[in-house]
Each structure stands twice: as structure tokens, then as C-alpha cells.
Design a protein around this ligand. Structure first.
Ligand SMILES: *Cc1c(COP(=O)(O)O)cnc(C)c1O
Length: 356
């Protein structure tokens, strides 16, 4: 089965006549005694349906969490106290902040380190003896691309667990478990759900034992997703393939045209996917002018929805500290017509450029 078919066909419950085609939203905190589920913190039919689809797409065993960061937090809970973690210096700022906080409080080793994910040899040197190599590729928002296969193979040789945040690429573009990763991380808030109406996360483990341990942590630590969120995410997931295809082809056109625009100094686009970053000529004020002048594109944070969003990332201290240029604009490409989007972006760049 192709992945575009899996996204549509799986997670639909039993195929008996008269059964609903969609797994119905189950809103009940408790269940009549004697069945497989007793209480809503244990499991939910809609979580399972969502997990079935994401697990098949990534080729592993999925466990859903109430946000991407809650998923990362659960992953880190698999590690012993004082474990050393190696992660990209360009990873999503929230993930870096979480790891830094756990280092500061003694949960993770203070020798945990942040590395340039493009430097495969350097990353593997650092990862020697670590408990977890956490990879993100492409990175948010610099769009740095790691050699995921080489990093996973190297980590495996050193007996280091390897996790890959696949939020930007999606399993249609990159499948880390096939490349040797142990766990895949997603902010399902983004492309998997795809409509900017849900906060949700998911981990996909290669081993069923790891997935079972993550389920146990979810139930015992109590951070469980809402059934409505899982329902909306599954509904969005049905169209993942057409959305990613459309947004990616538009992103490629926008990246090429932006590269020719005199007000753009540099385009950071890995050649695939629906995310790109533009470094505008000039300073933060110059880049802010672009965000103020777009009319169709929405200035807002987050990404992966049907509507195109633009944001100057270095306005956040976490991104500025990580070396994100002050005039870098991250663009999450949505599903609008490519010419409408280009017209809006071109006009905003033209209007924002200082008179020459
Ligand atoms: C948004 C994001 C996260 C965090 O996910 P939430 O759902 O916001 O908690 C993690 N990694 C990447 C790459 C992200 O873009």
C-alpha cells in the first residue's frame, strides 16, 4: 500500500456492515467494568486510530501525546537520571529550552551538548558515550539538513539511542526508522494535522517494547491528549499526501523566485518540503516591514497548516541566541494558488525594500 493510501484507508475500526466509516469521537472518562479500557487516561479509540495511521506511515509503533513537546518530554523520561543528550544547536527552540531546563535541574547531564547537525563526524564524536542522540532535520528555522542515515548508523554502532524530529519533512518525504532511527518525533500540531486547529504530538518507536514503555509513562505521568484533538488530527491526516504534494511544489516555485528578488539576500530551502526561510537584505526592521506588508499571507507563528504563514524568527531570544539571522523570515507554505502567493510576497518585498 502506498503511503497516500495508508493515510486514507487505515485507522477506521472494524469493517462490519452498519459500523461508522470514521472511528466515532469517544467522550467518556470511564467505561463499564470488565472491558479492555477502564478509565480514559489508559486509552481512547480515537488515539488508537490516529496511532495506527501514523505508525504505518513511519513504519513503527506510534504513541500520541498532548503536544510535540510533551512527546519529547516523554522520550527524555526513557533516559536514566544524569543521562547525556546530544542535540542540534539549531533544533526547535522549545526542544532546546526543555533540554537546557532538565540539564539545569540535574535531570539530564550538565555535559549534554548542542552540535551543528550538518557536521556528521563532529556530531558522532560528541555522541560517543551519550544516552541519546536527538536529531532534527531539516532544522527549525534554519533548514539545515543532517545526514540522517549516517547519524543513525553511527549512533547504532556506539549503542546510542537515536531519535529524529521529523516534523518538517513528514513520513512522505523522510522515514527515519528506515534510516536506522529508534524513535521518530512529531509535532502533530503542524503538517500531520495540517489545519492550525490542534496541538498534539506523537512518538513512533521501532520497538514495540519501547512503545509499551511510552504508553505506560503516558498513563502514569498523566499527560494525555484530548480525544477531540486526536479526532481533528486524524481528520487532517487523511489529506496529508495531497497537502504535502501541493505545498511542496508551491514552496519550490516560491524559493526559486525569491532567490531572484533583489531584496532577498539568501533563500534557505532544502529542495523538498513545504518550509523555506528567506534572509532579507538589511536588518530586523527591514524584515519586519515585509511581514507588515503581506496581505494574503498571515504573519503568525507555527507552521504546516493550509494557510501560508510568515514569521521573523530572531524576535525570539531562543532563535537569536542560536544564530538565526535577524532578518530571516520563515515561511510555512500552504495551499493557496502559487501565483496569488507569489504576487503577495513579491509586492511585500517590493514595498518593503528601501527606495533605490
Ligand atoms: C512546533 C515544533 C515542536 C513542538 O511541538 P508542539 O506541538 O508545539 O509542542 C517540536 N519540533 C518542531 C520541529 C516543531 O516545529
Amino acid at each position: 500500500m502506498e503511503r497516500s493510501t495508508m493515510a486514507v484507508a487505515l485507522g477506521r475500526g472494524t469493517a462490519r456492515p452498519g459500523e461508522p466509516v470514521n472511528v466515532p469521537l469517544v467522550l467518556s472518562s470511564t467505561y463499564r467494568a470488565g472491558g479492555p479500557v477502564g478509565y480514559a487516561r489508559e486509552d481512547n479509540a480515537v488515539w488508537s486510530a490516529f496511532e495506527e495511521v501514523v505508525g504505518a506511515l513511519e513504519g513503527g509503533h506510534a504513541v500520541v501525546f498532548p503536544s510535540g513537546l510533551a512527546a519529547v518530554r516523554a522520550l527524555l523520561e526513557l533516559l536514566p537520571v544524569d543521562a547525556r543528550v546530544v542535540m542540534p544547536s539549531g533544533a526547535y527552540s522549545g526542544t532546546r529550552r526543555l533540554v537546557a531546563d532538565l540539564m539545569a535541574r540535574g535531570r539530564l547531564s550538565p555535559s549534554s551538548s548542542f552540535v551543528d547537525v550538518r557536521d556528521t563526524d563532529g556530531v558522532l564524536r560528541d555522541a560517543s558515550g551519550a544516552a541519546l542522540l536527538f536529531v532534527e532535520s531539516p532544522t527549525n528555522p534554519m533548514m539545515d539538513v543532517a545526514d540522517v542515515g549516517a547519524l543513525c548508523a553511527g549512533a547504532r554502532d556506539m549503542d546510542v539511542m537515536c531519535a529524529v524530529d521529523n516534523t518538517f519533512a513528514t513520513p512522505l518525504v523522510q522515514r527515519p526508522l528506515e534510516l536506522g532511527a529508534d524513535v521518530v518525533v512529531h509535532s502533530a500540531t503542524k503538517l500531520l494535522s495540517g489545519h492550525s486547529d490542534v496541538v498534539l504530538g506523537v512518538l513512533v518507536a521501532r520497538s514495540p517494547d519501547t512503545a509499551a514503555e511510552l504508553r505506560r509513562l503516558r498513563e502514569e505521568h498523566g499527560a494525555v491528549p484530548g480525544p477531540v484533538e486526536a479526532f481533528l488530527a486524524l481528520r487532517g491526516l487523511r489529506t496529508l499526501a495531497v497537502r504535502v504534494e501541493r505545498a511542496s511544489s508551491t514552496a519550490a516555485v516560491l524559493a526559486a523566485r525569491c532567490a531572484e528578488h533583489p531584496y532577498v539576500e539568501r533563500v534557505r530551502y532544502p529542495g523538498f518540503g513545504s518550509m523555506l526561510s528567506l534572509v532579507v537584505r538589511g536588518d530586523a526592521v527591514a524584515a519586519d516591514r515585509v511581514c507588515e506588508r503581506v496581505r494574503l499571507i498571515t504573519p503568525a507563528t507555527s507552521l504546516g497548516g493550509v494557510e501560508t504563514l510568515i514569521e521573523r524568527r530572531a524576535k525570539y531570544a531562543g532563535d537569536a541566541e542560536a544564530g538565526v539571522p535577524p532578518s530571516l523570515l520563515r515561511v510555512s507554505v500552504g495551499l493557496e494558488d502559487v501565483e496569488d502567493l507569489w504576487g503577495d510576497l513579491r509586492d511585500a518585498l517590493d514595498e518593503a525594500a528601501p527606495a533605490r
